[in-house]
Design a protein around this ligand. Structure first.
Ligand SMILES: C[S@@+](CC[C@H](N)C(=O)[O-])C[C@H]1O[C@@H](n2cnc3c(N)ncnc32)[C@H](O)[C@@H]1O
Length: 178
């Protein structure tokens, strides 16, 4: 039963990624965000610019955890010149990202790997300067375990940025609503 529920949750993104690149999808994204970055999260263009500013230099190795179909990741590569590795559980999203990287001439700086980010990520310790996870950490179970596991991948002085579209609260018994 629990496995069924998990399976259905992932079908949500498969369906989303199957629609990618259509004119209708692009029009909706432009209407909502002002530009079609191909994002599946809720980052605004200002937030995207802030992320690029934090990455800063072209010598930065970036890991984009649960990167989706690669549009925002490739926008970061194009604007900063960084090297980026994107990982996501959805094969159609990752295939789309790889195609886009080739089409945009960014395949030498960006590559994408199918990967279940609830598991240990298949990278050496201290492989990255910057890790980003946009609007996906709520899918990954124990977030403290995830954050701690990702810190292994960062070089000394490396930075991690995540956003969360889900706010979890836990009310202490004294504060429960009557
Ligand atoms: C709201 S979307 C955000 C995608 C991307 N970060 C963006 O901003 O466009 C959430 C993403 O989490 C991915 N995801 C969900 N569970 C995952 C898991 N266990 N491992 C890797 N990716 C996962 C989904 O496939 C989806 O691409």
């Amino acid at each position: 039963m629990a496995e069924d529920r998990i399976h259905h949750r992932f079908e949500f993104y498969s369906a989303q990624y199957a629609r990618l690149g259509t004119d209708t999808a692009a029009e909706i994204w432009r209407e909502v965000y002002g530009e079609d970055l191909g994002q599946q999260g809720w980052r605004t263009l200002d937030e995207q610019a802030q992320i690029a500013e934090l990455i800063g230099t072209s010598s930065c190795d970036v890991l984009d955890i649960a990167c989706g179909s690669g549009g925002p990741s490739l926008a970061l590569v194009a604007s900063t010149g960084c090297k980026l590795t994107g990982v996501d559980i959805e094969a159609p999203g990752i295939e789309y990202a790889q195609r886009l990287a080739l089409e945009r001439g960014l395949a030498d700086r960006a590559h994408f790997v199918v990967c279940d980010c609830r598991n240990r990520l298949p990278f050496e310790d201290e492989s990255f300067d910057f890790a980003v996870c946009i609007d996906a950490i709520s899918h990954l179970g124990d977030r403290f375990a995830a954050l701690s596991a990702w810190s292994r991948l960062l070089r000394p002085g490396g930075r991690l940025l995540f956003t969360d579209s889900v706010v979890l609260t836990l009310l202490a018994p004294d504060h429960r609503r009557q």
